[in-house]
Design a protein around this ligand. Structure first.
Ligand code: SF4
Ligand code: SF4
Ligand code: SF4
Length: 264
């Protein structure tokens, strides 16, 4: 069953429909201006095992079985006016996060494969630790640990302690004697469960979970890590492609023109 906490009594789907969906106030984020361009539907957090959002919306038959199966009442059904596709399940991390049940009953109960074990399977092994519900992002200006005040509530609450959140030491710029101990999220390990957001001690959580499509950036083809084997393979495959087209120039040429080469 779950990793943490007492089991909360189950309530019916209708009861959950009435749960309010507080508008997520992202104005204070580093990229708050950019986030204003997103609708609430763009910021929705789906249960573990959910297909990519567009596919999820097509596959989900809005039966609410995942919602009823959740022992922590984490999942709510979107109601009219929520700004989230009506009848679909989601969770609001600050209210009740996903407690990452090791037997993921929400996925098991889904009859339509909108939630599927495949989405939490990596290297042939299914585990809730492979879930990617979202990605936790820290707003440093409102995290008191970044001020130099001792706080590691999110770090300690994280089910993947020491993996999804690690602590970094940095000299306190004010005193020059003490160290600030700052939480840092590691995107490879973070499942987006939202427990960190739920426990954050400040008034409006300084750590928030966002859908990965919004929280993550994308480098594009122009930037290469010479020390990264996968990037070397990428260059090699571009070069081979170019050679097979009988039009290979110098290495410098194709590095300078990656866009064109890739588009061909
Ligand atoms: S894995 Fe999360 S959403 Fe699914 S049943 Fe458990 S607490 Fe609920
Ligand atoms: S960092 Fe937060 S969202 Fe990510 S796994 Fe840990 S508690 Fe969950
Ligand atoms: S619980 Fe909140 S304030 Fe405390 S270290 Fe984590 S993000 Fe910062």
């Amino acid at each position: 069953m779950g990793n943490k906490g007492d089991k909360i009594s189950r309530r019916g789907v209708l009861g959950k429909v009435t749960q309010g969906f507080a508008v997520l106030g992202f104005g204070g984020f580093l990229w708050g201006g950019a986030l204003r361009d997103f609708s609430r539907a763009d910021l929705v957090l789906r249960p573990p095992g959910a297909l990519p959002e567009a596919d999820f919306q097509k596959a989900c038959i809005k039966c609410g079985q995942c919602v009823v199966a959740c022992p922590y009442d984490s999942l709510v059904v979107a109601a009219p006016g929520d700004g989230v596709p009506n009848g679909t399940p989601h969770f609001i991390a600050r209210d009740i996060p996903c407690y990452m049940c090791t037997d993921y009953p929400c996925i098991e109960e889904c009859p339509s494969e909108a939630l599927t074990v495949d989405m939490v399977t990596s290297d042939g092994k299914a585990s809730i630790n492979n879930a990617k519900m979202g990605l936790a992002v820290i707003h440093k200006e409102s995290c008191i640990a970044y001020w130099g005040i001792q706080c590691d509530a999110c770090y300690r609450a994280c089910p993947l302690i020491g993996e999804a959140i690690t602590l970094e030491l940095e000299q306190n710029e004010q005193t020059k004697k003490h160290a600030n101990i700052k939480p840092v999220v590691n995107s490879d390990a973070c499942t987006g469960c939202g427990i960190c957001e739920h426990v954050c001690v400040v008034e409006k959580a300084a750590i928030r979970v966002l859908p990965r499509e919004i929280a993550t950036g994308e480098v594009g083809a122009h930037y290469l890590k010479s020390w990264d084997e996968s990037d070397e393979n990428r260059i090699r495959s571009i070069k081979e492609k170019k050679e097979s087209n009988g039009d290979i120039h110098s290495t410098l040429d194709y590095l300078n023109n990656l866009d064109g080469l890739i588009d061909e």
